[in-house]
Design a protein around this ligand. Structure first.
Ligand SMILES: Nc1ncnc2c1ncn2[C@@H]1O[C@H](COP(=O)(O)OP(=O)(O)OP(=O)(O)O)[C@@H](O)[C@H]1O
Ligand SMILES: [Mg+2]
Length: 303
């Protein structure tokens, strides 16, 4: 029986000494979607991911991949690929040799090594010593290793770390592609905006607890609604006129008047009708960064 969920965490608790690293955490990841696992440093993300692949033994709760505990999977490498840490590779080996050794140990055919090298865009670097790899190349190599068994579930701990903008764009397309093939992907980060273009849903955690699990579009709304910002030489006068016309003026700071809503046209019209010159007029969309801060303020971490 395969489970409806790629990943299912239910009431997971893990304590180190007196510290509750994970505290009654529950969330799910569906096949065909990329879920961001997001929270400040020390929120319990890595501990949760390590529990999912059996590196950490939970004190309580259930951590299932493909419907069962990791240790009960008949074909672990073919079920879930995890990138939990980089740098555990023999520095004198080439990336290709490293992957060949992993493939041999797992009984995976050699040709699969070339497929994953191509898949992650390691290219020429595959033949070079891992000791000379940049952080971004190490991330790609670790991803290649996780993909060797062609797993339907991927779990990546901070994969955007060390990637340049080009690499982040590549990662985004790559993860979207995996989800489009029906795979379930869990990807952690300590910021929401970095993942905004990669994920369908976000699981936001703080102090080892779930803050919220929501589609990205809903989270965006938590950042507040859109606003119109208009920059003029007479901001106070314009603010008063806008209020008279029924606009909700949120702020008047320096030359900029901020108005609730996205009706730039009617805001601009008020200025025009009263002969106020407009230097700048724009609509600001609700910000994910703002949403993230509203959710997580006071939830960091170093405990
Ligand atoms: N093996 C361990 N022994 C003791 N404490 C640990 C251990 N692993 C994690 N912790 C503690 O558990 C808490 C959660 O750590 P975890 O690494 O899961 O957080 P994180 O969300 O991954 O943080 P970051 O964003 O910094 O990677 C931290 O306070 C950390 O110090
Ligand atoms: Mg971590």
């Amino acid at each position: 029986m395969t489970s409806a969920y790629a990943i299912e965490v239910e009431a997971l608790t893990k304590t180190f000494g007196t510290l509750k690293a994970v505290d009654g955490l529950s969330f799910t990841v569906e096949y065909g979607s990329v879920v961001g696992f997001i929270g400040p440093n020390g929120a319990g993300k890595t501990t949760t991911m390590r529990s999912l692949v059996g590196h950490v033994r939970p004190d309580a709760g259930r951590v299932h991949v493909a419907g069962r505990p990791y240790r009960d999977l008949a074909d672990p490498l073919g079920t879930v690929g995890a990138v939990l840490e980089t740098g555990a590779v023999h520095p004198g080996r080439s990336g290709r040799n490293h992957l060949r050794i992993l493939a041999r140990q797992a009984g995976i055919p050699r040709r699969r090594v070339e497929e994953v090298i191509d898949g992650v865009g390691l290219g020429q670097a595959a033949g070079r010593r891992v000791g000379g790899y940049s952080l971004g190349m190490r991330q790609r190599l670790a991803l290649a290793a996780a993909l060797l068994g062609d797993p339907a579930i991927l779990m990546l701990d901070e994969p955007a770390n060390g990637l340049d903008p080009e690499g982040i764009r590549w990662l985004r397309e790559f993860l979207r592609g995996l989800a489009a093939q029906g795979r379930g992907v869990l990807v952690s980060s300590h910021g929401l905006p970095e993942l905004a273009l990669m994920i369908d849903e976000a699981v936001v955690v703080g102090h080892g607890q779930l803050i919220t699990q929501q589609p990205l579009a809903d989270l965006r709304k938590l950042g507040g609604g859109p606003t119109v910002q208009i920059s003029v030489p007479e901001p106070d006068r314009l603010a008063a006129l806008l209020r008279e016309q029924g606009h909700q003026v949120l702020e008047c700071a320096g030359p900029i008047v901020t108005v609730a809503g996205d009706d730039a046209r009617s805001v601009g019209r008020v200025a025009f009708d009263h002969g106020i010159g407009v230097h700048r007029l724009l609509v600001e969309e609700p910000s994910l960064e703002e949403a993230y801060f509203r959710l997580t303020t006071g939830k960091d971490s170093i405990r």
